[in-house]
Design a protein around this ligand. Structure first.
Ligand code: FAD
Length: 420
């Protein structure tokens, strides 16, 4: 049995950022990072891999190259959490004890929740930017598309990067239009479980215009339930969130044929988290039950969560981690010092909404669904400059600033300052 002052479970965008910022803030902290993967993936780059802009290899680096100096890497996964005894068991059978735990395991992709999908994925026109294994196939499907229905699905929230399911639809539409024969013979369908195009009204308005301009078929309240690869059909449950259905009506089933099907699967917390005492009892998804402002667990004071696995109502993105990490660091240090936890996360998130090649609406917002722009420009406009930010600047910032623990973004509730 080993003991660590701070144990971080998960060395993805959130775990690495938290470890780096903690080491910068207080180098003498003793930190262990529990992470089984030898690699780290820049998942925000996968939309552009699926669109033929990036190579897949550009989005991956060895985990070892990203772990901050002085942080002890344990190359295993968490197999169980016992917060009552301040311990985590590992997949290798170790028991790790801690003073403070940070949970940063990200999400589980539930491919199996859609009947026929696991078998269908990666062939016959069924692809997904959410899978490293199949994201190259997205680009192949788009490039080789000869007409018919191209369907892009979005499951019920929460998912990571809620804008990603529609970004690839806009990019594919651009490619299809390059060939008049294909354009004349194809229909791009965005079928989403949500009641509207985007959850933040300020950005939903321009996106509705994009859908109209491109002539996309946007189907709301459509939940993908089954893929039938033999007949190339997608089965949807049409819920009352669809304008075609009335409140209280029973959902109905509809079947749509496809030539290409880009699937975003439903998501939840990893099972090991969802089945642990850290999850909120009875709440869907099994996310860690933390206070949405302090990131501290509501029942276990020495536990924090950051990133996608944290049960907060923010939009789950790597950008949100930029807003969360300084708050977590400040509050964790306050806890160690016996001081009150005063830093507050305002729900900042950012989703660079790619509406075509060379066009991005840089959607930044907070818990109140208010725009929180980093640039002194109208954030609702499609811009070439923001395309350059998405394509060139953000990857650089991610690898060289964010994961290295530099705080280039500090957003807090008005009037409350961070202590880190
Ligand atoms: P992850 O980065 O997924 O890391 C989780 C880590 O935990 C992994 O390393 C995993 O191996 C580890 N882990 C899992 N289980 C265990 C366990 N039991 N024990 C120990 N370790 C474990 N974000 C943006 O900001 N902008 C975008 O444009 C954007 N686009 C996206 C497009 C796509 C297609 C995808 C898939 C994501 C996109 N995102 C985007 C979202 C972003 O990638 C995530 O929000 C971000 O990676 C969350 O960080 P995380 O550390 O919480 O999870």
């Amino acid at each position: 049995m080993s003991h660590h002052q701070i144990l971080i479970v998960g060395g993805g965008a959130a775990g690495l950022t938290a470890a780096s910022q903690l080491k910068r803030a207080r180098p003498q902290l003793e930190i262990a990072l529990l992470e089984p993967s030898e690699h780290h993936d820049y998942q925000p780059g996968w939309t552009l891999v699926g669109a033929g802009v990036f190579y897949l290899d550009e989005t991956r680096r060895p985990e070892a190259s990203l772990i901050p100096e002085g942080v002890h890497w344990i190359r295993e996964g968490a197999a169980g959490f016992d917060p009552a005894s301040n311990s985590v068991t590992t997949t290798g059978g170790q028991t790790l004890r801690y003073d403070v735990l940070i949970v940063a395991t990200g999400l589980r992709l539930r491919w199996e929740a859609i009947k026929g999908l696991p078998e269908a994925l990666g062939k016959g026109g069924v692809c997904s930017n959410y899978s490293r294994e199949h994201v190259d196939y997205t680009w192949q499907c788009i490039r080789d598309f000869q007409g018919g229905n191209a369907i892009f699905t979005c499951p019920p929230m929460p998912i990571k990067c809620p804008g990603a399911p529609q970004k690839i639809a806009y990019l594919a539409d651009d490619v299809f239009r390059r060939d008049p024969a294909v354009a004349a013979n194809s229909k791009v369908i965005y079928a989403t479980a949500t009641p509207g195009i985007f959850g933040v009204p300020t950005y939903a308005a321009p996106l509705r215009e994009v859908v109209k301009r491109k002539g996309l078929d946007a189907l709301y309240g459509h939940v993908l339930t089954e893929v039938r690869p033999e007949t190339q059909e997608a089965v949807f449950r049409v819920t009352p969130a669809s304008p075609s259905r009335d409140e209280g009506e029973e959902p109905i089933e509809t079947v749509i044929p496809y030539a290409m099907l880009h699937v975003t699967p439903p998501m939840s917390a990893p099972q090991v988290v969802a089945e642990s005492p850290l999850a909120a009892e009875g709440a869907p998804g099994g996310f860690v039950e933390v206070d949405q402002y302090s990131l501290q667990h509501k029942r276990f004071a020495n536990v924090f969560a950051i990133g996608d696995v944290a049960g907060m109502p923010n939009s789950k993105t790597a950008a949100a981690v930029r807003g969360q990490a300084p708050v977590l660091v400040a509050n964790l240090l306050s806890l160690l010092d016996g001081q009150p936890l005063e830093s507050r996360y305002d729900g900042y998130s950012c989703c660079p909404l790619i509406t075509g090649y060379g066009k991005v609406i840089m959607a930044e917002f907070n818990y109140e669904q208010q725009p929180a722009p980093s640039f002194p420009l109208d954030p609702t406009r499609e811009r070439w400059s923001m395309w350059l930010v998405k394509k060139n600047v953000l990857p650089w910032l991610y690898w060289n600033r964010m994961l290295r623990g530099f705080q280039h973004e500090r957003r807090f509730m008005p009037g409350v300052q961070a202590k880190a």
